[in-house]
Ligand binder design. Structure first.
Ligand SMILES: Cc1cc2nc3c(=O)[nH]c(=O)nc-3n(C[C@H](O)[C@H](O)[C@H](O)COP(=O)(O)OP(=O)(O)OC[C@H]3O[C@@H](n4cnc5c(N)ncnc54)[C@H](O)[C@@H]3O)c2cc1C
Length: 367
């Protein structure tokens, strides 16, 4: 099939990779200037670059449902095969993740743990650790009074994976239209400035960009109108003296804070979750709260260097759950919110499974 993809973020790149791998002819459209990590001062770019890359089906049950959990488990099983097929190295770990709580914060921690125990299937509930067991796993974590292990979780290096997916899809023949925004789309059609591109099937994976511009008159673009952006801020630390093997979350009464290790002595500290589409740089309050919380469980971070901060918008639908809609010639996926890396491989697998059974736009017209 000849397939058009609107959006070269996480979903667009994963689709391009899987579709070229399956032998389809693929063209991808995105306003970004190219496939490489963005110059962060330039306009909006994919949330996929900014994500910390936690693959946390159980911990995310605090805000997600059983479907996200199942998609997450399936994706964790799919990621190793995807990464092995990429033409560039991508850091992917599956050593579990940790939940920590300070003395005095037992009330809020208990609420989260009760919720996870209630929602997680047998075998996936948090396992309590003694502090000696915690230090055995992560010698550089000090200060927390309580710890739990979620053994089935992992993390992926999102910048490496975004780069490698585009690189590998290109090598397999994907054609990229960089600097080209999709203005409208419909079954089998992608409209860019002054041009209509025809395909057997079109994938709409524009994230927050799926929302039609005010006054554009575009109406029938599925759930695009309902998409909103949820601001998230993260901080990259260079802390070669602090060794972390797995993501760590602090169950704090006021904010959720996590630390995710990345190769090269880096740790990503995140993330705020603010109902705003403001993409301006991180606020002082978020910076202070995130870093104070991180330092409270990893005191060795005192001499870490803040090397980068980043703000982006998570694409969310009103229920904060992912949605996939399919009709002949058009597939739309959106609303991945804070779970894109966790669930994208399984969602793409679902979408491509249905694709085989869908009559293509051209076939339907001919019929
Ligand atoms: C701070 C932060 C932390 C996160 N942490 C995690 C995490 O730890 N784990 C996890 O699983 N998820 C995490 N996420 C969520 C994850 O990044 C998103 O769910 C995921 O990126 C959504 O993928 P997407 O392809 O739908 O959208 P995006 O990755 O945003 O891609 C959308 C693409 O569409 C393009 N586009 C926009 N408008 C147009 C147009 N008109 N025409 C063509 N293309 C267009 C954009 O340029 C972009 O390239 C985090 C997100 C943020 C912001």
């Amino acid at each position: 099939m000849h397939i058009g993809i609107a959006g070269a973020g996480l979903l667009g790149r994963l689709l391009a990779f899987e579709l070229t791998r399956a032998g389809h002819a693929v063209e991808v459209f995105d306003p970004a200037p190219g496939p490489l990590p963005p110059a962060y001062s330039q306009g909006p770019y994919a949330a996929g670059w900014t994500a910390a890359g936690m693959l946390s089906p159980t911990a995310e049950l605090e805000s997600a449902d059983a479907n996200v959990f199942e998609l997450g488990l399936r994706s964790i099983a799919l990621w190793p095969g995807i990464v092995a097929a990429l033409g560039l190295p991508v850091e992917l770990q599956h050593r579990g993740s940790l939940l920590l709580a300070h003395r005095g914060d037992e009330g809020s921690a208990r609420r989260v743990l009760d919720l996870l125990r209630h929602k997680a299937p047998a075998g996936h509930a948090p396992t309590p650790l003694t502090i000696a067991e915690l230090v055995g796993l992560e010698p550089d974590l000090h200060g927390a009074a309580h710890a739990w292990l979620l053994p089935h979780e992992g993390h992926i290096h999102t910048v490496q994976a975004m780069t490698a997916l585009a690189h590998t899809a290109s090598a397999a023949g994907a054609v990229w239209h960089w600097g080209v925004a999709v203005q409208r789309l419909a079954a089998g059609e992608i409209h860019t400035a002054g041009k209509v591109h025809c395909f057997d099937c079109v994938f709409d994976v524009r994230g927050t960009g799926a929302r039609p511009a005010p006054g554009s008159g575009d109406g029938d673009e599925g759930f695009g109108r309902e998409v909103r952006g949820v601001r998230g801020e993260i901080i990259w630390l260079h802390a070669p003296e602090v060794t972390l093997q797995r993501p760590v979350r602090l169950l704090h009464p006021r904010h959720r804070v996590y630390l995710v290790p990345r190769e090269g002595g880096h740790i990503v500290v995140g993330a705020s979750e603010i109902e705003s589409e403001d993409r301006s740089p991180i606020s002082l309050r978020s910076m202070v709260e995130l870093l104070a919380a991180a330092h409270s469980i990893a005191p060795g971070l005192a001499e870490a260097r803040v090397v980068h901060t980043e703000t982006n918008l998570r694409p969310a639908l009103p229920d904060n759950l992912p949605h996939l809609a399919q009709e002949p010639g058009l597939v739309q996926i959106n609303g991945l919110f804070r779970h894109g890396w966790l669930i994208a491989p399984a969602l793409v697998e679902q979408a491509l499974g249905h694709l085989a059974g869908l009559p293509a736009r051209n076939t339907r017209q001919a019929a």
